[in-house]
Design a protein around this ligand. Structure first.
Ligand code: MTE
Ligand code: CO
Length: 390
């Protein structure tokens, strides 16, 4: 350019005048230029926003930690506005000594900090029959990953003294849905947590303030928010959320139930329909997320030709069990069309299946537990679309 780039030669306002003072935002907000970093609802999916879901903007994020304000929300009766001073956690059923804890009581148990993903069993559920929603926010955004601070459930249960007949635990929420799920006692005594903080601050109301159950690697529905009661029992309770919901109706009319562990899964977050390639050909950073309820991710492969050829991607950042993993695949894009896919492998050797392989086993009746390989079509103009190839 004759006069040089005005972004260099002109003095900008932010360079000329002082900015906002330290009292401007006691709780900070992102730059107003980051317009993509918002949760979004798909209004036609549910009848009412009070029993609904919004989605994590995966395409606008990097690394493995989800910022608190961007964690997808799923609730069956809206966000309960719980006063922590009035909140109680009760333990009853097959215990020696039924107990009631205040929040203060809970915070006197030894604490742990753990990073885990939470994935709703319905994540990618709208894609069972074919490509439907155009953006990884909508196809895969019912997942988040934060650091929880809390206490191990086993310490709290030990205080009440479990009877030997106690094989299951019912967790109940204090919201108007009073959501309840049966959890195998083995899991409850292994790594479940009662969490009161996420990413260093108190849980957000949307995520169950003041206290939620953390059930690592298991489907999100079991992570009861606004946790108010734990009942020990000798068999599952057959609640709505584990019978009519969160079960998978197979082609033969039988249903898979108690599908607790979220299987190995991955998705390319950029480029993706909401994050097209804007810079033309040349160096391209392909980035994505992988996770498994079975532990750590061992490998992620990326294909640019719809699964004909695979190249191992580079996993960067912490590789923690049952947490999101970030992967990158860098290459020189020649401007030709691509069919981008990622395929994750976990520590138990499970390999993420193609959608067709999954349908061959599970049919197409379910809206839950879809961990099939996602395909993005990249056009020569850099635009990206949700497609399927067979
Ligand atoms: N807990 C209560 N009390 N009420 C609810 O509606 N929704 C469940 C679970 N725990 C729910 C709940 C579902 S279906 C999911 S996927 C997760 O919470 C979502 O957690 P999040 O809102 O923190 O993303
Ligand atoms: Co859910």
């Amino acid at each position: 350019e004759a006069g040089g780039d005005p972004a260099i030669t002109e003095i900008q306002d932010w360079n000329r005048y002082s900015g906002a003072g330290v009292d401007q935002s006691p709780y900070g907000m992102p730059s107003p230029f980051e317009k993509e970093a918002v949760r979004r609802n798909v209004p036609w999916l549910t009848a009412d926003p009070v029993s609904s879901v919004n989605f994590t903007p995966l395409h606008a994020l990097d690394g493995i930690i989800t910022p608190n304000g961007l964690c997808f929300e799923r609730h069956h009766a809206g966000v309960a506005a719980v006063d922590p001073a009035e909140h109680r956690l009760m333990i009853n059923g097959l215990v020696e000594k039924p107990l009631v804890f205040t929040m203060e009581d809970l915070k006197r148990f030894p604490r742990e900090n753990r990073i885990y993903f939470l994935e709703c069993a319905a994540n990618s559920g709208m894609e069972w029959r074919g490509a439907q929603l155009n953006g990884c926010q909508f196809t895969h955004g019912m997942v988040h990953c934060v650091m929880y601070t809390g206490v191990l459930l086993k310490h709290v249960l030990a205080e009440a003294g479990l009877k030997s007949s106690a094989k299951w635990l019912l967790a109940e929420g204090a919201d108007a849905a009073a959501m309840t799920r049966s959890i195998p006692m083995e899991k409850a005594l292994d790594d479940c947590m009662i969490a009161f903080a996420m990413n260093g601050e108190a849980l957000r109301p949307e995520q169950g303030y003041p206290v939620r159950l953390v059930v690592p690697g298991f489907e999100g529905n079991m992570w009861v928010k606004w946790l108010r009661r734990l009942e020990a029992g000798d068999e599952p309770w057959q609640q709505r959320e584990e019978t009519s919901k969160y079960t998978d109706l197979l082609a033969n009319g039988k249903a898979r139930r108690f599908t607790f562990t979220m299987d190995v899964k991955s998705v390319i977050t950029s480029p993706s329909p909401q994050a097209p390639i804007a810079h033309g050909k040349g160096p391209l950073v392909v980035s994505g997320l992988a996770w498994s309820g079975n532990g750590v991710i061992k490998r992620v492969d990326v294909s640019v030709d719809g699964g004909r050829n695979w190249t191992p991607a580079r996993i960067d950042g912490p590789s923690l069990p049952m947490a999101l993993h970030r992967f990158y695949h860098e290459f020189d894009w020649d401007g030709s069309e691509l069919f981008l896919q990622s395929r994750a492998v976990d520590e138990k050797g499970f390999v993420q299946p193609s959608k067709d392989a999954l349908r061959a086993v599970r049919g197409v009746n379910s809206i839950y537990h879809n961990n099939g390989i996602q395909t993005w079509h990249v056009g020569t103009d850099g635009a990206v679309e949700n497609v399927e190839i067979s």
